[in-house]
Design a binder for this molecule. Structure first.
Ligand code: ZN
Length: 267
């Protein structure tokens, strides 16, 4: 029997190991050309199938950076490709009135959203800021997924900030996007202290040893896969994870089993 590594290498995708990309985006972005940024139902679908991506969970750049467009950009896209896509309801803490409205309307879009996305380093307000609190309370109550952008050393979404919200909202499933990049010891401590806190691998594998360190300390059950697609190619990230020398069982956990559990009841 060939290993998963060999099967991915041979076919570019593996039927019995579907991949959930838990951290993605959609739409064009200023000052850079992203070849697959613009949504097109056929092209997007074929790009995902090419790498065996069973489901991609994203938050549109337009939502995150254009409050006048807001979550409309997510809703319209998911509804055109519902068997492959779900979205995070994007929150910008500089527009608290929009957050309140989005939380109020959340139930209307349960076919679209699995939770919330915070991009605090860019919006320059800490993840524990009161402007986010309607969404945090709602996620806590409903068991929603909250994807945070996190980075080691950040005053907005570094490990100290993650600790505050993890303690306060134990019902929310918190994904540390980029796993507090570089602050691996603190990432590990957060995963040990809080069963509802997960490491997400986007950008982690650009630093040799980070994934291995997290795996050695915590195993693979609190790790999910993500890529920041369309910024990065799925095969690049799948290859980096699987080539780190992890077992097939750990790869199954990271690529799909953990995500399937997190998404239970939400999709
Ligand atoms: Zn991202």
């Amino acid at each position: 029997m060939n290993s998963l590594w060999e099967k991915f290498l041979e076919n570019g995708r593996v039927k019995e190991c579907p991949v959930y990309d838990m951290h993605a985006h959609m739409g064009s972005f200023n000052r850079i050309y992203l070849p697959f940024g613009d949504f097109n139902p056929e092209i997007t679908k074929s790009r995902l199938e090419r790498a065996g991506i069973k489901m991609l969970i994203f938050c549109s750049h337009w939502t995150l950076f254009s409050p006048d467009i807001g979550n409309r950009a997510n809703i319209e896209v998911v509804r055109q490709l519902p068997d492959k896509l779900r979205a995070y309801c994007g929150l910008n803490p500089n527009y608290p009135e929009i957050i309140e409205k989005d939380v109020e309307d959340f139930e209307k879009y349960r076919d679209v959203f699995v939770g919330f996305k915070l991009l605090s380093d860019y919006h320059q307000k800490p993840v524990s800021h009161e402007n986010y609190s309607p969404a945090w309370k709602y996620a806590d109550k409903k068991g929603l997924i909250v994807l945070l952008h996190t980075w080691g050393g950040s005053q907005f979404d570094g490990p100290e900030q993650v600790r505050i919200v993890a303690e306060k909202y134990p019902g929310a499933k918190i994904l540390m996007g980029h796993s507090c990049h570089g602050a691996w010891d603190e990432t590990i401590q957060l995963m040990k202290d809080f069963p509802n806190v997960y490491a997400e691998l986007c950008a982690v594998v650009d630093d040799r040893g980070g994934l291995e360190q997290i795996m050695d300390a915590c195993g693979s059950k609190q790790i999910v896969f993500g890529t920041d697609w369309p910024w990065f190619n799925h095969h690049y990230y799948i290859g980096a994870v699987i080539d780190s020398g992890i077992s097939d069982q750990d790869a199954h956990n990271i690529f799909h089993r953990n995500a399937e559990k997190l998404l239970e009841g939400l999709i």
